[in-house]
Design a protein around this ligand. Structure first.
Ligand code: SAH
Ligand code: DHB
Ligand code: MG
Length: 218
């Protein structure tokens, strides 16, 4: 992703310090991820805060996350849920799920967050078969080439008026008319989708500029 210059790094730090200071739980979650050898690719604190606000705004009681890693974004989202709310998070790597479960338990969210291990497309198929209550918010943040398929599989699981959010949706590939990436195809698809009203929100991350695409379902 494009690197930040000094001014943008300053803005990034200012936003984090002012709006999204991490408490002890979030700090130890990050530490446990590093100690467990997980990549440091979780959402930034300010993106976590934005996810938390969007979940509250959506009145979310049921959230689906695709791509758990160490549970960092799940904790920001899980904290937006009311008593009895539920977050289902899908993760391919058993080792990531193990670190996430321990972080989520420390956050007091063990009863709220349900991590399902396996390829997300398989877990999504099972969710379809379940035919449970639809989700109020779905957050896509797993392998990027999978985004178009996750869109197709996740959208029927989202309630009317619900929010669909995807991370890492401002890759440099969008600047090149011939550039290809799963996230770019995802943006094109949601922007043109008759059931969705969408925008990408640019986001400063420690490592550069990125984006979150937010869509509301008609
Ligand atoms: N949402 C997390 C970051 C997720 S990183 C946070 O912000 O805290 C992406 C995760 O997706 C990784 O843990 C990776 O193992 C997982 N992943 C990759 N391919 C997947 C697949 N096919 N199904 C489910 N998870 C997958
Ligand atoms: C990377 C960042 C992410 O937010 C993610 O979900 C996957 C990968 C990265 O910087 O490589
Ligand atoms: Mg991400």
């Amino acid at each position: 992703m494009p690197a930040l210059d000094d001014t943008l790094t300053g803005f990034h730090d200012y936003i984090g310090v002012t709006f999204a200071p991490e408490d002890e739980i979030l700090q130890s979650t990050r530490r446990a991820m590093a100690d467990g050898g997980l990549p440091s690719i979780a959402v930034s604190p300010s993106q976590g805060k934005l996810l938390n606000i969007l979940a509250q705004l959506a009145g979310a009681r049921r959230i689906l996350e695709i791509g758990t890693l160490g549970g960092y974004s799940a904790i920001w989202l899980g904290r937006a849920l009311p008593e009895g709310g539920r977050l289902i998070s899908l993760e391919l790597e058993p080792r990531h799920a193990e670190v996430a479960r321990s972080n989520i338990a420390r956050a007091g969210l063990a009863e709220t967050v349900d991590i399902r291990v396996g390829p997300a497309l398989d877990s999504l198929r099972m969710l379809h078969a379940d035919a449970r209550e639809p989700f109020d918010l779905i957050f896509i943040d797993a392998d990027k080439p999978g985004y178009p398929a996750y869109l197709e599989q996740a959208l029927p699981l989202l309630r009317s008026g619900g929010l669909l959010i995807a991370d890492n949706t401002l890759p440099e590939a969008v600047l090149d008319p011939a550039g290809e990436s799963g996230a770019k195809s995802y943006n094109t698809a949601v922007a043109a989708h008759p059931q969705l009203t969408s925008i990408v929100i640019p986001a400063l991350r420690g490592r550069g500029v990125d984006g979150l695409t937010v869509s509301i379902k008609a």
